[in-house]
Design a protein around this ligand. Structure first.
Ligand SMILES: Nc1nc2c(c(=O)[nH]1)N[C@H]1C(S)=C(S)[C@@H](COP(=O)(O)OP(=O)(O)OC[C@H]3O[C@@H](n4cnc5c(N)ncnc54)[C@H](O)[C@@H]3O)O[C@H]1N2
Ligand code: MOO
Length: 388
């Protein structure tokens, strides 16, 4: 059995960064920018008023001006203003030549076409300098997951199509004669396939393109048929049949179909029977069937692999530090990912840690990471956890 960090290293060496594709800006949020992009214009493209008011060449309480025209956003005043002249101006409008300051309208008394600055003069010149947001060639750097804020900036830079990393295509295969789909009527010995649905949701959340394949039964023929549907997936994820039971055929069938196995079994809990390797053009990960084991492997292994494929670097799942809100017992030889509540008082491991309990996983805010052979820990001691 290898350690979790050794398993991650081997997974990263199997995960290949994916190519770039161009998408419309409107489709780019949440995608990974694959190349830095440069602004195609200066912003603002003219000195612009930051307020509604009057553009003048000088301002002091008591000074009076004649209003000679108007500058609106989208329709500038074409002339030049001289001493004693003012232009009515609105937020975002070009500041006329000859003007050095915009006096906000609250600081002005107006009478016909005459204005007088009152003694309530606001601070600053209220002018946004030409190009003070960005200039042609200023970049949005890659790689990054594009946020709504990035999208606004790219739009402002006049970038209509955006280079992003192609989404990893992930084929999800549940295995086991006992499984039926949600909504079906299970037989007396059957249960509902939950893991593929949980992993599908996780994969969507982290920017992959998951696809559910039909459930494979516990026979070589059925597994071969479903493996045959994998198509152009970058990653094939099987769930169940990874352990040592008589019906655990996944490794055997995958190897007969050409799997070059990198490892099988990791010193962790839950998730021990994890396997991985290369299957034709795809990477394969065989996850244990226990529902919590599959979801924990999703967070600890699949998510980092997807990030690596997206070009976001090879790094383990993010960890945080917190104090224990309640003591935990000594750990065994495997790295233990304990489902825990995350509270303002610290993290509190659930009493029941059996790897079949999705109800507990649903309540958990993260996984406390216990190193192999970690001794018992008291409340108040600091531990690391992987937040959900
Ligand atoms: N003698 C040993 N037995 C087991 C060992 C071991 O080392 N020696 N390892 C245990 C560990 S650890 C795990 S984890 C499980 C994993 O076994 P498999 O990957 O072979 O999973 P299955 O036997 O197919 O299923 C286990 C459990 O999970 C349910 N399941 C499977 N797929 C799904 C699904 N898509 N959705 C919901 N539930 C699923 C399945 O019905 C079983 O209840 O092996 C231990 N045994
Ligand atoms: O992955 Mo298993 O759940 O270690 O029990």
């Amino acid at each position: 059995m290898i350690s979790v960090s050794e398993a991650l290293d081997r997974l990263f060496s199997l995960a290949e960064p994916l190519p770039t594709e161009d998408v419309q800006l409107i489709e780019a949020a949440g995608r990974v920018l694959s190349r830095s992009v440069a602004a195609r214009r200066d912003q603002p493209p003219f000195a612009a008023s930051a307020m509604d008011g009057y553009a003048v060449s000088e301002a002091a309480p008591g000074l009076s001006f004649t209003v000679v025209g108007e500058s609106a956003a989208g329709a500038r005043y074409l002339g030049r203003i001289g001493a004693g002249e003012a232009v009515r101006i609105f937020t975002g409008a070009p500041v006329p030549e000859g003007a050095n300051i915009v006096v906000i309208q609250e600081d002005v008394d107006r009478d016909g076409d005459r204005i007088t600055i009152t003694d309530r003069l606001g601070q600053g010149d209220n002018i946004r300098a030409y190009g003070n947001d960005f200039r042609v060639g200023d970049t949005v750097s890659a790689p990054r997951v594009l946020t709504p804020q990035d999208i606004a900036l790219l739009a402002s830079m006049n970038i209509a199509r955006v280079p992003v990393t192609r989404r990893p295509k992930v084929a999800l295969i549940s295995t086991g004669d006992e499984l039926v789909m949600p909504g079906e009527e299970p037989g007396p010995d059957q249960i509902i396939a939950s893991n593929t649905f949980g992993l599908h949701a996780l994969l969507r959340q982290i920017g992959a393109e998951p696809r559910l394949l039909p459930i494979a039964g516990d026979s070589e023929a059925s597994l071969r048929t479903v493996f045959g549907l994998v198509d152009d997936a970058d990653l094939v994820v099987t769930i169940g049949g990874a352990s040592v039971g008589d019906h655990d055929l996944v490794a055997q069938v995958a190897e007969a179909m050409g799997l070059e196995r990198s490892f099988h079994k990791v010193a962790m809990r839950p998730g021990k029977p994890l396997m991985s390797g290369r299957l034709g053009d795809a990477m394969m990960m065989g996850l244990p069937g226990n529902p919590v084991s599959a979801m924990v492997c999703g967070h600890i292994f699949i998510a980092p692999v997807i990030r690596a494929m997206l070009g976001l670097g090879a790094a383990p799942a993010e960890r945080k530090s917190a104090v224990l809100a309640a003591p935990v017992g000594p750990n065994g030889p495997r790295e233990h990912y304990m489902r825990a509540r995350v509270t303002p008082d610290g993290v509190r491991a659930f009493e029941r840690q059996d790897s079949s309990l999705l109800s507990i996983l649903g309540e958990a805010g993260g996984l406390i990471v216990r190193p192999p052979r970690d001794p018992a820990r008291e409340a108040g001691e600091t531990v690391e956890y992987v937040p959900f």
